[in-house]
Design a protein around this ligand. Structure first.
Ligand SMILES: Nc1ncnc2c1ncn2[C@@H]1O[C@H](COP(=O)(O)OP(=O)(O)O)[C@@H](O)[C@H]1O
Ligand SMILES: NC(=O)OP(=O)(O)O
Length: 566
């Protein structure tokens, strides 16, 4: 998801340690967070928000315990911890989305916030079930803590003199709604998800069952971010930066670290298990799973941190990066994802949701006597795309993945040709006039057809379009959505005209596009280069740029796997 940011907000964003955590106070804090998120959306970023629930889920459970005797006498049901997690997710999700909607509306952004009730799969045999570590509820004095321990609570001292109830916190294995969250985020909505680390569930036969635990929201956030291809994970907490020597006069803030250095500090015990430790571990996991950048910072420094002026920034280390290997990630269903080295960072796609776009490889643009030449262009400049594109086309056909060909052209009566287009420039022959390959850019003429080397085969979509963009006045969007396509591999001519317009249209509609530099070309090499540079500038503002070789190499493991299966 190009330019997407997932903000994992600590429980203390709504309830500070030692605070009563009134609803009004939580609403105030939610409004503060929402203003910051709206700023990011106004900057053009796609934002997802995940949140903790430590204080709140503890309050819910405690409230249940306090009225348990009366509730039992009235026949009211018990409140298991997993259901309290679900309750906290709903309550906090409501507080956040209402606050976000208000902030987005005040900025006139026309974007809505949507909370997704999220479940995470955990391993029923996770050793964490036998060793409670996750603090929930309010802080207690030593005396109260001793009393509660007698009543059966697990209690730990989280800071000198500060005691908290702790519950099991197994590692999340899979976010069950990841795919739906990705689709929602792609519409531009600010998605609130994985609240409280997600409702923990295990598989029993053919059904999911809630289990009593509170999943760490940083780990759940890292998992969600990696599985939907978010490129930046921001863990928002109570400090501007992670420090080494925390709690000592020699403490030093870490600004830019690689995985090798940060893992070294983690292993050296620099980060406590009950606070910064899980954040650092989650950040490392995210980057190892293919994430581009993990940032740890405070809410007030969020925007500065995203612009590199604050926060601790973790990027891939100098040792062999697991992220460089294809197939590292899996789709929410467990299917292997494919990762292609690309600019500005690797392009990852789910092979069940990808299509190849072959844009306007028409004789009118690529052969002598066509419309391209009538404009005074050297059409031989485009022909180098044919050979690499034929290999990509063959790979897509081999895998049975969808291929869509587009052709620019007009009805024979030219009813769909705007005078503005017809009269532009001073070509030797205008659109609709008779040339050596028939009427220029008119449907049905020989020149309007696709070059024989890349000709469509039965079952492939051929889309006629009157403009430069492939979405304008066509049913391309409907076709893609009907087939569940979310990622596009783009080839075609010319880079800065029909390819560029199409990729921008796709980007605005939430599709992710990898443009293959050797399978696209322009009559003007400098325009080709500039268009490619523009696509991947500013962190991939329009899309990704890669090569056919990189794509085909990334497909290799899938091909081998399929051949072995055969
Ligand atoms: N090495 C460290 N560097 C920075 N902060 C640390 C470090 N070790 C512990 N902390 C503390 O850990 C806190 C973050 O943990 P916690 O409050 O549990 O997170 P959350 O924001 O998710 O509620 C920081 O606000 C800081 O007080
Ligand atoms: N579930 C969870 O990690 O909550 P906190 O962030 O509030 O600890």
């Amino acid at each position: 998801m190009t330019g997407a940011v997932l903000l994992a907000v600590g429980g203390n964003a709504l309830v500070l340690d030692g605070e009563a955590g009134t609803v009004a106070r939580q609403q105030e804090r939610a409004a503060h967070l929402a203003t910051q998120v709206a700023d990011l959306v106004a900057d053009g970023r796609r934002v997802l928000v995940t949140h903790g629930n430590g204080p709140q889920v503890g309050y819910i459970v405690r409230r249940g315990e306090l009225v348990a005797a009366d509730a039992a006498s009235e026949g009211l049901p018990d409140l298991p911890l997993w259901l309290a997690v679900a309750d906290s997710q709903g309550g906090i999700g409501h507080l956040l989305t209402v606050a976000l909607d208000g902030a987005l509306e005040r900025r006139g952004l026309g974007v809505r916030a949507v909370a997704v009730l999220t479940h995470v799969e955990v391993d029923p045999h996770d050793p964490a079930f036998a060793l409670p570590t996750k603090p929930i509820g309010a802080a207690m004095t030593a005396t109260t803590a001793r009393r509660r321990a007698v009543e059966g609570w697990s209690v730990v001292e989280t800071a000198p003199g500060v005691h908290r109830r702790v519950v099991p916190s197994p590692l999340p294995r899979r976010v069950l709604e990841a795919e739906q969250i990705q689709v929602l985020a792609a519409t531009g909505a600010v998605v609130v998800a994985a609240g409280g680390g997600g409702i923990p569930v295990v598989r029993r036969g053919d059904a999911w069952r809630g289990v009593d635990a509170v999943v760490d929201k940083d780990h759940a956030s890292a998992l969600l971010a990696a599985s939907i291809g978010v490129d930046t994970l921001v863990l928002v907490t109570g400090v501007d930066e992670v420090c080494v020597g925390w709690g000592t006069p020699d403490r030093r803030a870490l600004r830019h670290v690689d995985t090798v250095e940060l893992r070294g500090h983690l292993e050296a015990g620099e980060f406590p298990a009950g606070s910064m430790g899980p954040k650092v571990a989650a950040a490392l996991q995210f980057v190892a799973d293919g994430g581009r950048r993990a940032v740890i910072t405070s809410l007030p420094r969020l925007r500065d941190a995203l612009e590199g002026r604050s926060g601790t920034h973790l990027t891939v280390g100098s040792t062999p990066a697991p992220t460089a290997a294809p197939d590292r990630r899996t789709a929410p269903t467990g299917e292997p994802m494919i990762t292609v080295p690309a600019d500005p960072f690797p392009f990852t796609f789910d092979p069940r949701h990808v299509a190849l776009l072959c844009i306007d490889f028409q004789r009118d643009f690529m052969e002598a006597g066509g419309f391209g030449e009538s404009l005074g262009n050297d059409v031989s400049r485009l022909r180098g795309t044919i050979e690499p594109t034929s290999h990509v086309l063959a790979a897509f056909r081999r895998h049975g993945w969808p291929v869509i060909h587009t052709r620019e052209g007009h009805r024979p009566d030219l009813a769909d040709l705007f005078p503005a287009k017809r009269d532009r420039g001073s070509p030797a022959l205008r659109i609709g006039e008779e040339g050596p390959m028939g009427r220029l850019l008119v449907r049905g003429s020989a020149g309007h057809g696709i070059v024989p080397e890349l000709a469509p085969v039965a079952g492939e979509v051929v889309l006629d379009k009157p403009g430069k963009g492939s979405f304008y006045a066509t049913d391309l969007e409907t076709i893609l959505r009907a087939r569940g396509i979310t990622s596009l591999v783009v080839t075609g001519v010319t880079t800065e005209v029909c390819v560029q317009t199409t990729v921008r249209e796709a980007n605005d509609r939430g599709f992710e596009a990898l443009v293959l530099s050797d399978c696209t070309a322009s009559y003007f090499p400098e325009f080709h280069r500039s268009a490619l540079d523009m696509f991947c500038a500013q962190g991939g503002i329009v899309g990704w740029v890669g090569t056919s070789d990189a794509l085909l190499a990334a497909l290799l493991p899938t091909t081998i796997h399929e051949e072995v299966a055969r």
